[in-house]
Design a protein around this ligand. Structure first.
Ligand code: PEP
Ligand code: MG
Length: 544
């Protein structure tokens, strides 16, 4: 038995045979050509063919994994027509009098190296995209099909890395899991794997591909990131049992669908879901969440290569509101900065970005961006039950400024005869100690609080949430954090506001009873945790 360890990007256990992903690598040779114009015409034809193929893949992805994930293929289409990329192709053909395949291969290597050298992990991951589009063009020039055939049995796909177009073209009914030598959790391939609900492990290292072959028995443990090849009987038995337990747990939790979130002594609570985009709504509905407690709207900005327009945002918000059919949808305004960097914002490099110009600070510094988002939100509000919340609040003055901007936006819309709902709830995130400590002053100004425990813990304990080396100093159950939550709950209720928790701690079922005793009204968790928290709530007795 051999064991490899990587990083899990989706949980679950896959047991089956290995299929090593075979990519038909094009054999590119440097050939001297005389007719440069004819060569350029060949290239144009191959590019056109590639664009048509990508359009078809985009449409398939749209149906299977949703708009946000399908967007990568739109980006690929844009990349094929990128000015710099094409200038390089044409220059190489013209200046060196060489064949188009060679020009594409050289350009691909140069651009991939350039992306690969970038510090930003998002840009780094684009190296795979440029290789992907270039291989497609080369294969079209050589009239090769690209891609790998999978046999009729279900298999665990093993690859060096998978390009997004390769991932989406795999037949989901035949794939038990993925294991790749490389890859980052930021890559679109990882995102697609997560959305396909398939156990997936990335980054197990390059050695494993030399040591495995088609048909080897294997087990991918998506809970731990461990991958076993030719597992011994003991491991197989253990992991088969783990797989059954996981299935059993899912089945059991499924039975809780449609049931109330009520304690044994009759206290009801809302259990909502956190989402990052329109595509996650399927999971929200599937897991029977009572609403959306946190829509991280910044993902709309992260997925785009330029500021999303008011219209683009309106369409996304409207879709979420309509899909939730009157259930509460709380959309958080832009929370960019710190670990969520977007190039086109051109943010200054900061010594301490978590303490820098992020989230609401950007919105108040650049109100035109903020107003565009608010206009889109107010316009969408007539399509459902909207709540808007603001991140990273530290003072009454900030909130006063925000509420004045909201009034401006409403006035402007009214003057333009644009409809918006009168019953939008406005709230703030309690994710700085300052906000918790002055929660008595903030509560009368809003309808609700939502505690962002990820940042509240980071700022209270002075522990960078991105730094894995200080995890032992970052006690998520620290009394200081719990006291701040309790204080915020008391102040919220004193002033007629409700309070929820939308940070990761909301899904920590060892604290559910503590939160209920504090009077927390809502817990908003990843869709996959909704039923687990419901189960816990239904077994709590607050009368004891
Ligand atoms: C939080 O800080 O707890 C939170 C929910 O926001 P994010 O994780 O997006 O910073
Ligand atoms: Mg936060």
């Amino acid at each position: 038995m051999k064991k490899y360890t990587g990083k899990s990007v989706y949980s679950g256990v896959a047991i089956g045979k290995i299929s090593v992903f075979k990519r038909r690598e094009a054999d590119v040779r440097r050939v001297r050509i005389d007719d440069i114009e004819a060569e350029k015409a060949r290239l144009e034809k191959a590019k056109e063919q590639s664009l048509n193929q990508l359009q078809a893949i985009y449409e398939k992805a749209l149906k299977e994994v949703g708009e946000a994930n399908a967007q990568i293929f739109e980006i690929h289409m844009v990349m094929i027509e990128d000015e710099d990329y094409n200038e390089s192709l044409n220059n190489i053909i013209e200046n060196q009098s060489v064949n188009a395949e060679y020009a594409v291969a050289v350009t691909s290597d140069n651009f991939a190296a350039m992306f690969g050298a970038m510090e930003d992990s998002y840009m780094k991951a684009r190296a795979a995209d440029v290789k992907d589009i270039s291989n497609r063009i080369i294969n079209n020039l050589l009239s090769n099909d690209s891609g790998s055939e999978i046999g009729s049995d279900k298999v665990i796909i093993c690859a060096d890395d998978l390009a997004p177009s390769e991932t989406v073209l795999l037949d989901k009914d035949k794939v038990l899991g993925f294991v790749t030598a490389f890859g980052s959790s930021n890559s679109h391939t990882a995102i697609l794997a997560r959305n396909m609900n398939i156990p997936a492990i990335i980054g197990v290292g390059s050695d494993f591909l030399n040591e495995i072959k088609d048909g080897d028995d294997a087990i991918a443990d998506g809970f731990t990131g461990e991958f076993y090849v030719q597992p011994d009987p003991e491991t197989t038995e253990l992991l088969t049992q783990k797989q059954h337990e996981d299935e059993e747990k899912r089945r059991f939790l499924h039975n809780l669908k449609g049931k109330e979130n009520v304690t044994l002594d009759g206290k009801k609570i809302n259990i909502f879901a956190n989402i990052g985009g329109v595509d996650n709504i399927g999971a929200v509905l599937l897991n029977d969440a009572g609403g959306i407690g946190l829509f991280r709207s910044e993902f709309l900005y992260l997925e785009n290569s330029d500021y999303p327009t008011e219209e683009q945002q309106f369409t996304a918000y409207k879709k979420v509101l309509e899909s939730m059919a009157g259930k509460k949808v709380i959309i958080r305004t832009l929370d960019i900065g710190a670990d969520k960097q977007v190039d086109y914002f051109n943010l200054e490099k900061e010594e301490n970005p978590a303490l820098g110009c992020r989230a609401i600070r950007i919105c108040l510094t650049r109100p035109e961006i903020f107003k565009t988002q608010l206009r889109a939100l107010y316009r969408a509000s007539v399509y459902g039950n909207l709540g808007i919340m603001f991140p990273m609040i530290t003072s009454v003055q900030e909130l006063t400024e925000i509420l004045a901007i909201c009034e401006d936006v409403k006035k402007e819309l009214k003057e333009q005869g644009v409809e918006y709902s009168d019953s939008i709830e406005l709230g703030i995130m309690i994710e700085t100690p300052a906000a918790a400590i002055i929660s008595d002053k903030l509560a009368p100004m809003v309808d609700f609080f939502s505690v962002g425990t990820n940042d509240l813990t980071q700022y209270t304990l002075a522990c960078d949430r991105q730094n894995p080396h200080i995890e032992r100093f970052c006690d998520t159950h620290h009394e200081a954090v719990l006291r701040l939550i309790e204080m915020s709950a008391e102040n919220a209720h004193k002033h007629g506001a409700w309070i929820g928790i939308c940070g990761e701690l909301g899904a920590d079922t060892t604290l559910t009873e503590t939160f209920l005793r504090m009077g927390i009204d809502e817990l908003s968790v990843s869709p996959g945790f909704v039923l687990k928290v419901r189960d816990t709530v239904r077994n709590i007795d607050l009368s004891k």
